[in-house]
Ligand binder design. Sequence first.
Ligand code: COA
Length: 172
Amino acid sequence: MSSDAASIRNARPEDAPLLAAAERAIARVPGRLASRPDEIDDDAVRRTIVDLEARGRGIYLVAEREGTIAGHAFLEALSLAVTSHVVRLTIAVHEGHQGQGVGRALMHELLRWARSNPRVEKVELQVRSSNDRAIALYRSLGFVEEGRKTRRLKIGPDAYLDDIYMALWVGP
Ligand SMILES: CC(C)(COP(=O)(O)OP(=O)(O)OC[C@H]1O[C@@H](n2cnc3c(N)ncnc32)[C@H](O)[C@@H]1OP(=O)(O)O)[C@@H](O)C(=O)NCCC(=O)NCCS
């Protein structure tokens, strides 16, 4: 799978340390990812890659530019039977590669997979209210805001962000 911005492939377990390190770098900027750098663990990333591949509960992709991994994204089905038609989105374009079409290329492939998978009917995500770029990307793809939890993230003394809940219906 290839676009002008990046070529997209399935993640492999051995990608995990690089993906975790990239998430830690992004997480140093408050208001992007919810996790703090010390809450991102190589083994947890590896387990997610293996689990999604082995159990068919979703898809985990990486984007490469000139042979370098530039971003990653995955969709993971919610665990209960009644919510198993819903997948949750996570996306991270790595520092130095943002704003160059990599996020859009990853989203395009994830949504293509979601739309072609009869078990998937709804894609959900959470985004920080400060993350204008991410919100603009999701809106442009048809995601709508379903709700907002105010002051859900505390990023410093007396400094809070809202969490916005967005979703895209891809089912019939
Ligand atoms: C948010 C993120 C996924 C977007 O991916 P990206 O590769 O940087 O963005 P793209 O270059 O694909 O641009 C996608 C859209 O974002 C919007 N955008 C890009 N730069 C922007 C900016 N500086 N301000 C506002 N919107 C912007 C545009 O609508 C753009 O659409 P276009 O294709 O019409 O130009 C990426 O920046 C990222 O992973 N950031 C750090 C981690 C993060 O925030 N993850 C999301 C948590 S919910």
